[in-house]
Design a protein around this ligand. Sequence first.
Ligand code: SAM
Length: 270
Amino acid sequence: MRFDIVTIFPGFFDSVFAQGIVRRAQAGNLVEIHAHDLRSFAHDRHRTVDDRPFGGGEGMVLKPEPLAEALQSLAIPPRHHRDPGGATRVVLLSAQGRVFNQAMARQFAQLQRVVLLCGRYEGVDERINDLYCDMELSIGDYVLSGGEPAAAVVVDATMRLIPGVLGNQASGEFESFGVADAEIDADIDGVPRSQHGSGGLLDYPHYTRPADFGGLHAPDVLLNGDHAQIRRWRREQQLRKTLRNRPDLLEQAPLSAADRQMLETLRNGG
Ligand code: SAM
């Protein structure tokens, strides 16, 4: 899979993508990431990429011509000349976009190419959005000074779902926000058989050695080797954490009768 990032700060990505899984994914030729300097598509002496907004008001706006030229250099024609079902998406990073989530990361991971346009200042001339972009994408309800951190988030969350990138493929399927439509693989006591199955809930808490730390003991249930009990405890912890931090996820998550009973208990202070 290939990511192209159009930015006025290509150097921003040098260290971000030079560590850990994303570095290994590139070294293993599973992912290509290219950051393109928008200023190299400006032709005046000052390599100007921004201008004042029509209609007045604060700040500057990224001009359309350098962005269009950058896209042309990447062989991206205007949207109307592309196959909408094709394997490329052009994404404008914007606080006004749909909010990025794990389901979108899963969809992106099926594509061959994602082109990410990073705005700066007050944003990008809207005609670039209209002419070239398949979608506007936000990484959350706050305003960044530029699209670069958002592009890094989208690349990171997507590339780790590409088959072969994670050492253990199951880690990508069974963590927080894991496949919401996953069947609950219930065994007789209604507890999912998977050790990690998140089924649209948040992940459960993790512990490792030492068993005692900072005056706190790791939960005994995790140390006793009874795997049915461990699965049941982990499911309860997932429900507990999701209820506390993201109750909205419970509306979509496939819950078993035992889950619902557990939630009832938790809601009643259990
Ligand atoms: N005037 C814009 C608004 O109020 O929506 C904010 C512009 S912001 C200062 C500059 C650039 O940062 C945007 O063009 C966009 O590329 C990026 N950006 C800011 N917040 C973002 C977010 N939550 N998600 C993705 N990109 C964001």
